[in-house]
Structure formats: structure tokens, C-alpha cells
Design a protein. Structure first.
Length: 311
């Protein structure tokens, strides 16, 4: 399948995202359009579950590009992220050469440290030429990696290249489409941020979150979708929770209640299914029972009030 054309405007970027089922606001579409036009990495920061990773997946699907994902974690090193040598194959090659009487060590060294024995990890894969065009390179949850790895990425982001001592510098003919996400568990160094365009991905407002639920959980009854979104919005605004529910949790909860054939929020069912929405016991205990019942009643009153015709 041929590559799709890059969006030429903010409106086309919005349409691209919408066509893949991603409900974005105009500010996100603007910075994404600029990132694609300027060929600069896009640094997305925000709470977990607000849709940062999904943007890279949607781009890869919409533009018909390969998606290369580097999931970051503490202790991530070059052998996992960039490359490593196939030591077992190198040893076999050395023994075969020695058995054949090849004693030219310089030539043997060049042979075993050739690209034939190179295992390419995500960073190196993202820099390789492809008939499908530059891939979408997702560096996910960079804040989980160590600062040393963050420093290594400066060469990749600034010059679209990596240096392998045995082979030299490998540079991309065309820069990949780079999306970097972070949940802000630690601050990322300014030197890396300067090489990127930046956008804070916030929780959606009620209207956009309801649109997302309608799009992603089409089987949910309208009243249930409205009450689920209103409940989650009230939780974020009024409750001091250890971890606020993200859009992903909203969708999971709406899906779970739909599977249970609920037509609207029932206080007892809310308490029984809070583990789908909230992930910490202290948060669940704070909301369960009388608090959940009162919130459902308040939501019903607010929705009825909004439906009343203006005098």
C-alpha cells in the first residue's frame, strides 16, 4: 500500500487523526502538523492514559508507515535500544576461518564486525532506509529510562545518526517521524527538549471525552455514556485521588458497564466496578459506597438541569 500524503495544514492534520478514530483538539493538531512539516521530534508530556502513545500508533496507521517502538525502563542500555553484536555467530565465523587457515587478523576483524553480524535494535532500525518511507519512531515513557540514556539520545535527535565504534557513523537518509512520550515521573533535561517541539496532553473536557466514548465504545447506551463521563469528570475535579483516571480507564469502565448490560449508572454497580476505573485501593475506598451514591445523584440532577429548556 502506498504511503499517504503528509497533511498540508492543521485542518488536514485534524482530519487525519479523526479518520483514524483519534479525537484531538486543535492545539494538538497544530503542533503535530508543525512537527511533520519541520521534521522535528514531538515531545508529548502528560498524565498516564491521556492518549500520548496512541498518537504515534494513529500516525503510523494513517500514513502507512512502520511503527518502531522503544519502550523505556530503568536500566535500558545501548545493547537493548540501539544494537549489539551476534557474538555466537562471530565465534563460529572465527573458528571456521581459523580451521580454513585464514590467519589475517585484520581481515578477520573486519569480517566479524561487519553489518552481517549486527543485531539492529529499535533506534538503529528507525534510522535504516525503507521502501515504505521513514517510519514512526515511538520513544515511549522516556522518564522511566536513566539520564545516561537520555544523554545518548541527543545525537540521535539532533543529527539522526548513531555512532558504532566498529562500523563508524550511521546516518538516516531521511529522519524518522519521532514521537517521545513521558508521564513526568521525573524532569527531562532541557538539552533534549530543545531538540523537540513540545505539547502537554491534558485530560479532555467533558464534551470531547463524551465524543471519545461514543467513538470507541459505540455499543454504550447514550445515557450511560453521558453519566460515565460526568462521573469521571467530577472525580478529576473534586476528589484528591492518588491517581486520577485517564481516558483509557474511562473507556474501560464504559466498556465494562456495557458488557454488564447497564443502561445508566447504578450506585451499587459503580461501587462494584470501581476497580476498572481506579487502580489504588485508597482511591477506591474514598469513592465506594455513600460517596458513589451521592455523586450519581448529583450527576443526575446536573444532567436533568442541563436538559431543561431555557425560559
Amino acid at each position: 500500500m502506498p504511503n499517504a500524503a503528509m497533511p498540508r495544514s492543521i485542518d488536514e492534520t485534524l482530519a487525519l487523526l479523526d479518520g483514524a478514530g483519534y479525537v484531538a483538539d486543535r492545539s494538538l493538531a497544530t503542533v503535530l502538523h508543525l512537527s511533520l512539516a519541520m521534521k522535528r521530534p514531538l515531545f508529548l508530556e502528560g498524565e498516564a492514559g491521556v492518549g500520548k502513545t496512541e498518537i504515534a500508533k494513529v500516525l503510523a496507521t494513517s500514513l502507512n508507515r512502520n511503527l518502531i517502538r522503544l519502550q523505556c525502563y530503568e536500566g535500558l542500555d545501548l545493547s537493548t535500544a540501539v544494537y549489539e553484536w551476534n557474538y555466537a555467530a562471530q565465534m563460529v565465523e572465527i573458528r571456521v576461518s581459523e580451521a580454513a587457515g585464514d590467519t589475517d587478523h585484520d581481515e578477520l576483524s573486519k569480517n566479524v564486525f561487519s553489518e552481517r553480524f549486527l543485531i539492529k535494535r529499535p533506534v538503529l532500525q528507525a534510522l535504516q532506509p525503507s521502501l515504505d518511507g521513514p517510519p514512526v519512531f515511538l520513544i515511549d515513557e522516556l522518564d522511566r529510562a536513566d539520564e545516561a540514556f537520555e544523554a545518548f539520545l541527543l545525537e540521535v535527535l539532533a543529527d539522526n545518526q548513531v555512532t558504532i565504534p566498529e562500523l563508524g557513523t550511521i546516518r538516516a537518509a531521511e529522519p524518522p517521524i519521532v514521537i517521545i512520550t513521558t508521564n513526568r515521573t521525573r524532569e527531562i533535561h532541557d538539552a533534549l527538549k530543545r531538540r523537540c517541539l513540545y505539547h502537554w496532553v491534558d485530560y479532555p473536557d467533558a464534551a470531547r471525552e463524551l465524543q471519545i466514548v461514543r467513538r470507541k465504545v459505540p455499543g454504550a447506551p447514550e445515557r450511560l455514556a453521558e453519566e460515565v463521563v460526568a462521573f469521571v469528570q467530577r472525580l478529576r475535579a473534586e476528589e484528591d485521588l492518588f491517581k486520577q483516571p485517564g481516558v483509557a480507564e474511562t473507556l474501560d469502565w464504559a466498556t465494562a458497564l456495557t458488557e454488564l448490560n447497564e443502561m445508566a449508572l447504578d450506585p451499587d454497580m459503580v461501587s462494584d466496578t470501581l476497580g476498572v476505573l481506579l487502580k489504588y485501593q485508597d482511591d477506591i475506598e474514598r469513592v465506594r459506597g455513600s460517596k458513589a451514591r451521592q455523586m450519581v445523584e448529583d450527576i443526575r440532577k446536573d444532567l436533568r438541569r442541563s436538559e431543561m429548556p431555557a425560559l
